[in-house]
Every structure is written in C-alpha cells, then in structure tokens.
Design a protein around this ligand. Sequence first.
Ligand code: 5AD
Ligand code: SF4
Length: 433
Amino acid sequence: MSKKLFIETLGCAMNSRDSEHMIAQLSEKEGYEITDDMPSADLILINTCSVREKPVAKLFSELGVFNKKKKTSAKIGVCGCTASHLGEEIIKRAPYVSFVLGARNVSKITEIIHKEKAVEVDINYDESEFAFDDFRTSPYKAFINISIGCDKACTYCIVPKTRGDEISIPDELIIREAKRAVDNGAKEVFLLGQNVNNYGRRFSGNHEKVNFSKLLRRLSKIDKLQRIRFTSPHPFHMDDEFISEFAKNPKICKSMHMPLQSGSSKVLKDMKRGYSKEWFLERIAKLRSECPKVSISTDIIVAFPGESDEDFEDTIDVMKKVRFDQIFSFKYSSRPETEAEHFTNTVDEDVASYRLTTLQNLHTDILDEKNATHLGKVYRVYFEDLNKDHFVSGRSDNNLVVKVKGSDELLGEFRDVKITQIGRTILTGELVG
Ligand code: 5AD
Ligand code: SF4
C-alpha cells in the first residue's frame, strides 16, 4: 500500500505552486499519494503564510487539532513562510511537529521528511534552477514560477524575510516548463513571482538579460498556448514597454493586478513603495488608453501607522477615480522583522475597522454598477471547473468568473457565453458559440 500525503495550503499562488512542487517530489521520489482525509495520512504538511498575524495564530490551534486526530505514526511538517520566520520556535511551541521547512527550501522536502526535528529555513538557499518533478492540480491552467524572493523593502512586508532576495529563473527553463504543460493539455499559463515585471534583474548564473516583456514575447510563440496570465506586477516597474506588450500581445489576458496599497503619497512614502498617488493614476490612465478593455484589480492596506483621515480620503479618491474591478483589502497588521513594526503612530482598531468597512462598501457599490453592464454581453470563456448542480465555470479574458449549465465535456474548452444573470462574484450565462 502506498503512503498517504495530506497537504493544506494557505496564502498566495506562490504557495500553491510550492505545494505542487512538494507533491511532485514526494510522489515521484518517495511514493506518496495525495489524500483529502487527514486522519488516514502518513505525512501531514501545512504550507503556511505569514503576511498577516491572524493566520499565524491559527496555525498553532490547527496543529493541535491535527496532532489529536492524526495516526500515531504520522509525521507533521510545517512548511512555507511562517516556517521561514519562526523556524525552530515552531518545534518548541508544538514539540510533536517533526520538521520545519522554509519557503525557499522546497526542493529539500524529500530529505527533510527523514530527519526528525530538522529545521531548514535558509533564506539564501538558491533553488531557482532546481528541476522539480511534474505535478499540477489543474490540467487546464499551469502555474509557473518565474522568480523566487523579493528585492523590495516595503516597510510593512515580511516576505523579503521569508522568501529572501529576488532571483529570476532562466527563461529557457520557464519556456521548457510552459511547453511541457501545453503538451499535457494546458491552454493557459499563469506566471508567478513577487514582482513579475522586475523579471531579469538578477539570475544566479550567467544568463542573457531577458526582461519581462521579452519573456512574454517568447512565451507567446508557443503554438498551442492560448492564454498568458501573471501575478503580481509592481506599479513601480510599469514602464511603457511593458504596458505596450500587455496591450498588444493577443495571448496576454487583459486583466492586470496593480497593488496600490494606499492612495496617499505620504503613506506610500512611509511604506517605501517607490511611487506616488499621481504616478499610479498616470500609469492607470496610460494602461487604459492603450488597452481600454483591461480589468484592474488591486490590494489595499488601511490604517497603516500614521494614516490620517485625509490620507484615507486619498485612498477613497483613487478608488473612485480608478473604479477597480476587484479589490483585496486588509487592515494593517504589524509583522516581526519589518521596519513598520517599530512605527509608534498606530491607528486605533475601531478607526481601522471603520475605514476597512467604508472602503469595502464603496467597492461593492462600484462593482454592482460595473456588473450591471455585463448583462446581455458575450464573452469568450475558458472552462476550468466543474461545480455542483451541473454547472461548469471558467474565466473570460478580462477575468470575469462565468458559469453555464454543462458537463465535464466543456472543461478545457473555449466557448462564447452570453451573460444572463448577474451575481457579485460570479456571472451566469448561456453558450452561444
Ligand atoms: N498588513 C496587512 N496587509 C499586508 N499585506 C502585506 N503585508 C501586510 C501587512 N503587514 C497585504 C498587501 C499585499 C497582500 C499580499 O497582503 O496588500 O499586497
Ligand atoms: Fe505568499 Fe506572502 Fe503569504 Fe508568503 S507571506 S505565502 S509570499 S502571501
């Protein structure tokens, strides 16, 4: 009987891809099979996120539950960003944990499972050219890492301390991986990195200087590849060449994530984001003038230390001007080993809650108005998921989630869909082609 692996993945798409890499290595080299049933697993992995405080606190209560319900012989490993930043403290607080594996040490998974109480959290470890075995959760869309780590120094962010310096993965490896995924049936690739449009600044070996626009051009030459998505670009690196490539390359999906963080130039300076409110708005204007149909999503942090009512009004002002298609919004959460951890001018919790609610309510109104315009329109949808009640869902080029009545025959297919019903996060339609 094969050994069973249960893996829980928290956090961002980078973490999802790291989990796929761990599954690939463990199934190819160690004979593990994935299970959804934690109590029957021989190996339990939690791939953690440390970007905000709450999930970290939850980790220890969850570990306690896993420890109670698991098979006596089963091992528990803590991986990912919280593993990087807490290291051996995890084993001190939860002594039944067998090993701790940091976010930048994924390739060591097959060794560490055999080393009781090992802690591998080196953030300078370079696995940018490691040849991982192949495992993909979805056969339709292939996540591909194009860089590891992050070179920025945003004062609120723990990620440079958990994922280390930024190193780009050589373009020939990325293209080879994309070709392999396409040969296995994927029609879409989703490129991943902390700052994808900073691609090519540093490779670990000697490599041709390929920037992100060039990488996109090279990838789009893969014949059967039909769609390219990526996350996250950084507003600071949104140069004209990148915007023009994005707008003109027909294989690039017209959906852009532009993490604003704050609409106040003063707060942006305190966050060390490297751009101002005016600069952000100008880049959005440029993007929309070259690509009018683009949908734009963003990340916003409210109540960063020192954020005044006027600063928050600037964020509201940018929201009203840009009318983002999607927002991910958070209350500021103080993180260890960051510069802002030492800022003393913190914002009261009730003010923070009020600002978050105000921002989210405003966005809901914007979204309702925007969604109403989709009724009766026809979008080309790439179907990826089988839902309950005989619905199949997928995304339009500009990232609308659309479902239609249908069966698994639609999975992996592109179809034209006329929108017949509007929901906040998902639109319903019928096939017209
Ligand atoms: N507090 C709140 N939100 C944060 N993010 C990153 N660090 C923090 C923090 N300390 C948010 C940012 C980022 C997203 C992934 O998480 O908006 O873009
Ligand atoms: Fe992803 Fe950041 Fe969370 Fe790490 S801390 S998993 S990089 S969101």
